[in-house]
Design a protein around this ligand. Structure first.
Ligand SMILES: Cc1ncc(COP(=O)(O)O)c(C=O)c1O
Length: 395
């Protein structure tokens, strides 16, 4: 596809209403509002059409009318191996890959498999809300290792993390690139983290859902690849869902380089048919990883421009709102503290008065008070409209 065709594709406003879309059709369930002219920039999926080569392959598959069980082909595994080599310069082995429908389903199974009720599990808020719920719902003890908010961005509080490890934490659920702060952790940070986990024998579940959305000047490094020790103490959750907007197809992978950990996980996964595979998801992943490079490259360019636009709009229209430029993810984490409103008032203003639906910071942990997360994977005009609407009420 030519660049101007891609630009047209990304700028086009596809009407998602009426397609059973969580973001546009079901927001009233999460926001307690009536249906209306809301601008929804919450759920972490994209408003952009998925790569045309993927959509075409799915249509072609439907020319075959039998939709029974399927298996994971050699070319499926190879597409993931090649993707890791191309994107991260990391070699992975076919035997390390286990197909899963959703990362959060797999996270549940991993917590059940590798810990016992009341065991301590650490998360690093502000962070994707499902991490806390999985730990609490499975009856494990949740330990919070809040990221430190510094003038230059969020960093890991290693002293506090070590305290939790000394106190017997068994598992760390790590998020890199980080949702919602947009941090992409550096080699030094990952090395330090890995050493600490080795010293205290802590298993890391590394959620790398946003790994392929990383901006110039930053590089995603899969945690398992940081050292030989890390390979044996890390379980990675990965998926093409965020990268190519395929989350509705339910297709991800768990990558486990340690044979013993893998066998233990497989026993449970096989028992509950977790790795059964969805014909459309498997196909979409393979086509996306092998044929959608150009689309992906353009996505990163488009999102970088959206970040620049948001930065300028905030400066011009909401000067008391602050954000650190995301290093990765299509999410931006905005601090509204200087407006002097309580979190509840902020929600009332933004959701009810301006009818812009952002993700409320409180869901990411109590440190998310007076913060909002905005989803920038949307045509530029929507970002313009959102900030214009918000600035008309908050000044
Ligand atoms: C960090 C992170 N992990 C996992 C998920 C959900 O993944 P899945 O749909 O595969 O369960 C999301 C979705 O927003 C996410 O941001």
């Amino acid at each position: 596809m030519e660049k101007d065709q891609l630009e047209k594709l990304f700028n086009s406003k596809v009407d998602r209403r009426g397609s059973n879309c969580e973001k546009y059709d079901f927001y009233h369930e999460s926001y307690s509002v009536e249906q209306g002219d809301y601008l929804p920039l919450w759920v972490a999926d994209m408003d952009f059409p998925s790569p045309p080569c993927v959509v075409d392959a799915l249509k072609e598959r439907l020319d075959h009318p039998v939709l029974g069980y399927s298996g994971t082909s050699e070319s499926y595994f190879q597409s993931i191996i090649n993707w890791y080599e191309k994107r991260y310069n990391v070699q992975i082995n076919k035997n390390w890959i286990i197909n899963i429908p959703s990362m959060i389903q797999a996270l549940n199974v991993l917590i059940h498999t590798f810990s016992n009720p009341c065991d301590k599990v650490v998360i690093m808020p502000p962070v994707y809300p499902a991490f806390a719920s999985v730990v609490e719902d499975t009856g494990r003890e949740l330990l919070l290792n809040e990221l430190m908010h510094t003038p230059t961005g969020y960093i890991i509080n290693f002293n506090n993390l070590e305290e939790h490890f000394k106190n017997g934490a068994k598992i760390l659920i790590f998020c890199n690139p980080q949702n919602p702060t947009g941090r992409v952790f550096t080699e030094d940070e990952l090395m330090k983290l890995s050493k600490l986990c080795t010293r205290y024998d802590v298993l890391v579940i590394s959620d790398e859902a946003h790994a392929d959305i990383v901006y110039e000047g930053h590089q995603h490094i899969p945690l398992f690849s940081i050292s030989p020790e890390s390979l044996h103490q890390t379980i990675t959750l990965t998926s093409p869902g965020k990268t190519f907007n395929l989350s509705g197809l339910g297709c991800g992978n768990v990558i486990i380089g340690d044979e013993k950990l893998k066998e233990t996980f497989l026993q449970t996964a096989n028992r509950i048919h977790l790795n059964q595979g969805n014909i459309f998801g498997l196909l979409a992943l393979e086509v996306a990883y092998t044929k959608a490079d150009q689309w992906h490259q353009y996505l990163l360019e488009y999102l970088s421009e959206n970040i620049k636009l948001l930065t300028k709009l905030l400066k011009d229209n909401l000067p008391k709102a602050h954000m650190h430029k995301p290093e990765g993810t299509y999410l931006a984490w905005i601090c509204f503290k200087e407006y002097g409103l309580s979190h509840h008032q902020l929600e009332e203003f933004i959701f009810k008065k301006t009818r812009v639906l952002l993700s409320s910071g409180k869901f990411f942990g109590s440190c998310g008070d007076q913060f909002m997360r905005i989803n920038l994977a949307t045509p530029r005009s929507n970002i313009h409209e959102a900030i214009t609407r918000i600035s008309s009420t908050l000044c």
